[in-house]
Design a protein around this ligand. Sequence first.
Ligand code: 2AM
Length: 514
Amino acid sequence: MSSINRIANVASHLSNSQISTNNNASGDIGLIGLAVMGQNLILNAADHGYTVVAYNRTVAKVDEFLANEAKGKSIIGAHSIKELCANLKRPRRIILLVKAGSPVDAFIEQLLPFLEKGDIIIDGGNSHFPDSNRRYAELGEKGIYFVGSGVSGGEEGARYGPSLMPGGAKEAWPHIKDIFQDIAAKTDGEPCCDWVGEAGAGHYVKMVHNGIEYGDMQLICEAYDLLKRVGKFTDKEIGDVFAKWNKGVLDSFLIEITRDILYFNDPTDGVPVLEKILDTAGQKGTGKWTAINALDLGMPVTLIGEAVFSRCLSALKSERVRASKVLGGPSVEGESPITDREKFVDDLEQALYASKIISYAQGFMLIREAAKEYGWKLNNPAIALMWRGGCIIRSVFLGEITSAYRENPDLENLLFHPFFKNAITKAQSGWRASIGKAIEYGVPVPAFTTALSFYDGYRSEKLPANLLQAQRDYFGAHTFQTLPGKENDFLKGDWIHVNWTGRGGNISASTYDA
Ligand code: 2AM
């Protein structure tokens, strides 16, 4: 029996009375939650030389894990929370990888009697950041350091190198930095893990990551749809397009898997499996959280919003089937109207690239506003680097964003950086041409169009909100301000109300909202 196995067996047979001290504890880190992500993270940490203590609500899974995947590795099985805590070196470091919501609170409650001041609880689940804010504050009062960490990269990432986005009690960081950075993905030798910021900032950044992931996926779907419906490309040909794009500026995990999906045929009849999949998308809610938060903070994160709504529209399948029979509009029947296929593909690549730049610019606008709103000091270059590898949105493009924020961590907007300013200028004609084709032939491209509308809005010194203000003042006496230098005897003061109709009064609306 190896010494590691002996540790495992001894630990799992300790009775409660024997576990009163952890002076001789050998566990570097504890992990609760032995679903696939949890198991893989444990195996990853063990591969990097850490001794991990494993626990699960359904205790039988601990023994099963120890007898199989964990066999022969530096992994200790615990059969109770008390045993888990007793086997950990101080300060105790315990990762929770359980279902988000009340299970996290329940485990924290169970852990508290066995923890001491300075111990660290890390929630690596998909928690909503307000919950992490609350847990950070509540545990802080008890002298326990709370870390909420985004974990991305799926099962494979957890096993061989995820992107890790930890935030919360900064005091915990020196105690978890080595293990987190050791097990994280590496790009160009740098770990895709760094300290994000205070309180729930780690889970916040993970939420925005997921929102951006929604946007990236929607953009790719729109490109596929245009190639198919207007270009009349076969799935194999679309796969070839994605293979080519994956060698250029769009080089990324999502483009790569899209290529593989397009090449994947049903062995029974040779038909692409993709064409047999029901076109209604599901969602777990993180994209929605991002969009709701963007509305709360008043930030125009339009692309993620459209990506969420596109999933909602896709879910109305039976209604869409009925509508398709009665609502007219252009569509391409028969031959493709595209004569220059190469230009069509190149334009589309530009449309994808430019829209992606907008989406990331919007995502970072939101993060910047959140830092202000919640009083966090966020590490922008580190955020871009954490997304550079390991996670679902990993891409070469994030290397450029990392460089931009390293050059200027307080960059007001990615679009102001020369690299992205030039990239979007170059991509613009292809971007507009692709959208033009989509509109002409009746293919919905909500993410491409909202990105372009945002761009045109953002670069507009003057928007039609003057009319909006006039309307608000007309029907609701909401008042308006004048452009500089336009004050006169009629338009006087800071906030002006005009009697537009000659009826009604001169009283402005401060107490009601029409
Ligand atoms: P289980 O194996 O006992 O179901 C992912 O589902 C992880 O979260 C699993 O480790 C699972 O434990 C745990 N989990 C799910 N729901 C839970 C709950 N209500 N309370 C505690 N743990 C839970």
